[in-house]
Design a protein around this ligand. Sequence first.
Ligand SMILES: [Zn+2]
Length: 316
Amino acid sequence: MRNECSIIRDLLPLYAENMVRSDTAAFIEEHLKGCKACKKEYEQNYGRSEEAPPAQEVSDAAPLLRLSRKMKVRKMQTIALTALFVAALFVSAFAVLDAPIYLPYSEKTVTVQPLGDKGMLLTFDDEVTDFDYTIYEDPDGGDFCYCEIQAWTSLWDKWFSQGKEALSAKVTLQHAKPVLVVYAPNDETENVCIAKYDPNAEKRIEKNVDHESITVLPRLSLGYYLILAAAALLVLGIVWFLTRKKETVHVWIERIGLYPLAYIISHCIVSGINWASYSLSRDFSLIVFISILLYSGLLLAHNVWRLKREIKEINP
Ligand SMILES: [Zn+2]
């Protein structure tokens, strides 16, 4: 080993850390070009092989590429997320504006007139913007039928459908049984017996009929579904807490748990904090529809949030 070699080897650690002056660096580089032993020593100890810089570049570029791909995905997801929440907002606004406001009974609300021997004509007050009626046999086995009427309006109709024609409906009957026409106010008060239509009687419509009243009870299924959603959320919350050290399990629990959360929010939008519903199928289909929109939105939001964290980890 020459004298110069031992000086170079003393300097190599400083050179590797770029801590020598430029003329010293030039001197070391010059020596390394000519001395295979020192060059080998340098490559072995400081791992800087001038022949293999591409490997270094690849490992530098890989996280950058991953980062830019993740940022692109995040951008697209954010756009989709906004679209979903806007859609959910519109459907929610529709659900609130269109929610039936049932009308209490007054003599003007609905009037019944005979229509030959096969039916009746129902005429509604102009406050009524929508109605529904169902005809069913007396559940207690009496020799007559019920014609149960519900009438309502909505916020939307109150604001935008003023001055529309009064609604009316022709009710045709398939049988010769007398029909008791009842009005359901849907406010947990008793049904009002408006009239009795008897196709066999001379005077077909009889008003002020005395009849045992029934109350239409609200359907409670929505309340049960709400309890179910809350219970699912609670169970998932406990599992989430117990598995807090397992990252992948955690992510999946969060993804699943977002659905009951979306369902509860949708229930509150459609039915308020009411458990009971007089319009179960309408309310339930709206809740499911809004909850699916919200769930997709929350799922995307969760993904975007996770991506944001990963991007931060790669590029602090
Ligand atoms: Zn040397």
